[in-house]
Design a protein around this ligand. Structure first.
Ligand SMILES: [Zn+2]
Length: 385
């Protein structure tokens, strides 16, 4: 069981409706409490006395001309108010809290409504239907649909909130397959190399489709997009061609996004602690030789997705600053090898006593996995939303 609380987005009329109901709830609570203390000599249990007072309110007081205003408001509000009063007495008798006192506007305005016919459906989206009150807009949307019977509306400093309980488990506990921290090295040749020696190879849709696309563009090289200033009209065939071209580009982009989503989800599910490098993606794109490969692979998107998925899966994500020499420094003896070029696929330690030799990407990933605290520039928490 967990509670959901959302801020309501109300106009003036709706806010005043909420204030009226809160006032009604407070009025009923104080009315009941007043009669309770007056009937102190009655030898009956608390709940029985409250029941009698409620009867009195429903059959006599509510019908008096000066209480006509209560007829326009939801009756579940006063039922709930009596319920609250009963609970307050139970808590007092059990010694949990002090004796109930009269409520004032300062104590905070709130009231409870419920569906008399059972559970009501709260649909996903930016609106909420409250029993007897109507439909209201929400500040933040509900991601899923829920069922609940009782809704409490309360006023806080910045406006009105609704809260309700859902009788379900939030997220099943996630068990990560790998608990030890792992480093992930992103590269051009292999998309990602993980320090447990797993490699993820990206489909290179752009490269594959490039020759086809190039031929397609070459065959249509004379087609012109219209230009009103120059008085050039777009031919129907040219229109068709540009639409087709756009669709092809879209398909390539979709493939890439699909790969990234699957990969980032897989990583977050499997590993409890992930360490990645803060890549200078813009710098890499500026290098014309690398630019197409890099933008094709979507390193930036990869990181963005990891950052927002990690909290949901309870994964810790550390980002290492870009000055950490993960590929150039030997992970065994800490000797830096500045002669290492981007084209070198194997790391060779220049320290003659060490002479460590390892696959370049795996070496970098292992270096990331053992990074010290001072190189971590940002950390995405493990709080589940
Ligand atoms: Zn070494």
């Amino acid at each position: 069981m967990f509670a959901i609380k959302r801020k309501l987005k109300l106009n003036k009329f709706e806010s005043s409706l909420m204030a009226q109901h809160a006032g009604f709830s407070r009025f009923v609570y104080n009315y009941g409490l007043n009669l309770f203390w007056q009937s102190i000599d009655v030898k009956a249990s608390d709940s029985k006395r409250i029941k009698e007072i409620k009867k009195c309110f429903t059959n006599i007081t509510k019908n008096r001309p000066e209480y006509q205003w209560t007829l326009n408001l939801s009756s579940t509000v006063y039922q709930s108010a009596f319920q609250n009063l009963k609970q307050a007495f139970i808590r007092w008798r059990q010694g949990i809290s002090k004796a109930p006192t009269f409520k004032t506007k300062k104590d905070g305005q709130s009231f409870t409504v419920y569906n008399c016919n059972g559970l009501s459906l709260v649909s996903a989206g930016k609106k909420i239907k409250l029993p007897a009150l109507g439909t209201f807009r929400l500040q933040e949307k509900l991601k899923e649909s829920y069922v609940s019977q009782t809704f409490t509306i309360s006023k806080q400093a910045d406006g009105w909130y609704v809260s309700f309980c859902v009788n379900a488990e939030r997220i099943p506990p996630i068990m990560h397959e790998v608990v030890e921290p792992v480093g992930i090295d992103l590269g051009i040749k292999t998309f990602a190399t993980i320090s447990d020696n797993t490699t993820l190879v990206a489909p290179k849709p752009y490269k594959e489709a490039l020759s086809k696309l190039g031929r397609f563009q070459y065959h249509n090289r004379n087609k012109q997009f219209g230009n009103r200033k120059k008085g050039i009209l777009t031919s129907n065939n040219a229109k068709k061609y540009f639409q087709k071209l756009a669709r092809r580009h879209q398909r390539i982009a979709n493939k890439r996004i699909d790969f990234l989503h699957k990969t980032t989800t897989k990583i977050c599910k499997k590993y409890a602690h992930v360490i990645i490098e803060d890549l200078n993606v813009l710098g890499m794109i500026a290098n014309s030789k690398l630019s197409r490969a890099v933008s094709d692979l979507g390193f930036y998107e990869f990181r963005r997705q990891l950052e927002y998925k990690a909290p949901t899966f309870g994964t810790k994500l550390d980002i290492v600053d870009r000055w950490y020499p993960s590929s150039k420094q030997c992970r065994i003896c800490k000797q830096k090898n500045d002669t290492l070029k981007l084209s070198d696929r194997v790391f060779v330690c220049i320290n003659p006593e060490c002479h460590h030799i390892e696959d370049r990407d795996l070496h970098a990933a292992l270096n990331l996995a053992q990074v010290s605290e001072e190189h971590i520039s940002s950390r995405v928490g493990t709080i589940r939303k």
